[in-house]
Design a protein around this ligand. Structure first.
Ligand SMILES: NC(=O)c1ccc[n+]([C@@H]2O[C@H](COP(=O)([O-])OP(=O)(O)OC[C@H]3O[C@@H](n4cnc5c(N)ncnc54)[C@H](O)[C@@H]3O)[C@@H](O)[C@H]2O)c1
Ligand SMILES: O=c1ccn([C@@H]2O[C@H](COP(=O)(O)OP(=O)(O)O[C@H]3O[C@H](CO)[C@@H](O)[C@H](O)[C@H]3O)[C@@H](O)[C@H]2O)c(=O)[nH]1
Length: 435
């Protein structure tokens, strides 16, 4: 099939590459000239495990190409995906200006039947708005389908190639057939395609993210209780996770959920509810808990240093909002850094993939180290903000040699509490006894 993908960010690039991998011809379109130039010349623009290999393969086999020209990019496409940003607007609701802007441009360009697919995360009613924006300029036949994306950064290729499910929202038989054909290679791997109407598909995406965010905030509150009552959240997590109705996944407490999706999507669903006079109480609490959790380590740190952080030097391991990505959008580490700097402390940080993005965003207000151990020179304490695998079994002897004090505040519960005590560290983590 011939496919166009408008927007070549995390979702657009992964979707486009993975659609090419199953034999389709994909043209990716982006307004960012620099990005398109890089991609067209074979340089990948995001860090996503496993993506580069299939990106290069499909580029070389001429199933994948890149352009800034929308008209050229969609000319031969049977299906046009919109993988455009939907950032929070001023009031927190999803800003549709990118999606509707492109829809309107498409209206001026269409000359024959095409399926336009909302892959972006968009509020209920957006398919209708996209349809209207196109129909304002184009009187011929076309369909608008909602096909939300559920991939996670860091495992995006796997999630896309072997999705738990594919949700296709359309009431058009013609569009349903085309979308069914496109996703057939994935269905053959035993994963369901779930067909529904556009509105239900749109809401499914927000419901999924909000439910997962709720799970995390719930566990973060259980962790708070554990700290106050002397229980161990690791034990509680295992104890409840083995109940199949609860499930083992997404029960890890930490320093709050970040990323480009959960914070904005929870906020957008609260706003959508407000617009139909519904007060989504649970989600509001989920958001508040998360805001507090991002700085949960701060009082612990301040307490340890007798409220005197001025002049103290902190090492930070991990800047990305989660491991295996260079994405720092809403990364808890950035909130911690801001708070430490405001208290007069200094920071040296290391992240395997995200440092270039942090440098771009906050510049040289902190120092950047070339490896995890170099952050520790003269550090009064180490703060762990992202659970990269390489942080899990560090050389503790080397750490001790470099650090001024053997103090660790772990926002991701990487180490065994008792083992840290045996090694002589002062070690505080989330929802577990402190040693
Ligand atoms: N990042 C994720 O893990 C993820 C997963 C599922 C769904 N989503 C949703 O997918 C959508 C896209 O997210 P993302 O993370 O890929 O965003 P992104 O910011 O990484 O990428 C968006 C791209 O669109 C381009 N763009 C902006 N305006 C354009 C225009 N007029 N024409 C062509 N290109 C244009 C930008 O230059 C950018 O490259 C959002 O709605 C998001 O909520 C994201
Ligand atoms: O038990 C857990 C699991 C996750 N997190 C945090 O939650 C955030 C989000 O993690 P994750 O869901 O793995 O990453 P995303 O790439 O943001 O993916 C989410 O957001 C995407 C964009 O909408 C969806 O497509 C995915 O299905 C959804 O998982 C991160 O800050 C994690 O550290 C926890 O604190 N505890």
């Amino acid at each position: 099939m011939k496919i166009a993908v408008v927007g070549t960010g995390y979702v657009g690039l992964v979707s486009g590459t993975c659609f090419a991998e199953t034999g389709n011809h994909v043209t990716c379109i982006d307004i960012d000239e620099k990005k398109v130039k890089k991609l067209a010349s074979g340089t990948i623009t995001i860090y996503e495990p496993g993506l580069e290999k299939i990106f290069i393969r499909n580029l070389n086999e001429k199933r994948l190409d890149f352009t800034t020209n929308l008209a050229e990019g969609i000319k031969d496409a049977q299906i046009i995906f919109l993988a455009l940003p939907t950032p929070p607007g001023e009031d927190g609701s999803a800003d549709l200006k990118y999606v509707l802007g492109v829809a309107s441009e498409l209206g001026k360009l269409l000359t024959d039947y095409k399926v336009i697919v909302d892959k972006s995360t968009v509020p209920v009613g957006t398919a209708e708005k996209v349809r209207n924006a196109i129909a304002e300029h184009y009187k011929g036949e076309f369909d608008v389908v909602s096909n939300p994306e559920f991939l996670r950064e860091g495992v995006a290729v796997d999630d896309f190639m072997k999705p738990d499910r594919v949700v296709i929202g359309t009431t058009s038989e013609r569009a349903r057939k085309i979308m069914g054909e496109l996703y057939a290679p994935y269905v053959r791997q035993g994963n369901p395609v779930i067909y529904m109407d556009e509105k239900s598909a749109e809401l499914t995406k927000y419901a999924a993210n909000s439910f997962l965010a709720t799970k995390i905030s719930f566990m973060n509150e259980i962790a708070q209780l554990c700290e106050r009552l002397g229980a161990d959240v690791d034990m509680v997590r295992r104890g409840i996770g083995s109940d199949e109705r609860i499930g083992k996944r997404f029960l890890f407490p930490g320093i709050g959920y970040g990323g480009s999706c959960f914070p904005k999507d929870v906020q957008a669903l609260i706003k959508s509810a407000e617009q139909v006079q519904y007060d989504f109480k649970i989600l509001k609490a989920v958001e508040t808990v998360n805001e507090n959790q991002k700085l949960h380590l701060l009082p612990k740190i301040k307490h340890y240093f007798n409220n005197q952080l001025k002049g103290k030097h902190f090492a930070i391991w991990g800047l990305a909002f989660k491991p295996n990505t260079d994405d720092i959008r809403e990364a808890p580490a950035l909130y911690i850094i801001k708070a430490l700097l405001a208290e007069g402390a200094t920071v040296t940080a290391f992240d395997p993939e995200a440092m270039h993005n942090v440098k771009q965003q906050i510049g040289n207000v902190i120092e950047y180290a070339n490896d995890q151990y170099s952050t520790l020179n003269n550090a009064d304490a180490l703060i762990i903000a992202t659970e990269w695998n390489e942080f899990r079994t560090p050389d503790f002897d080397m750490m001790v040699q470099k650090m001024k004090h053997k103090v660790i505040f772990d926002g991701r519960n990487l180490f065994d509490v008792k083992a840290m005590q045996d090694k002589g560290f002062y070690y505080e983590s989330i929802g577990r006894p402190k040693m």
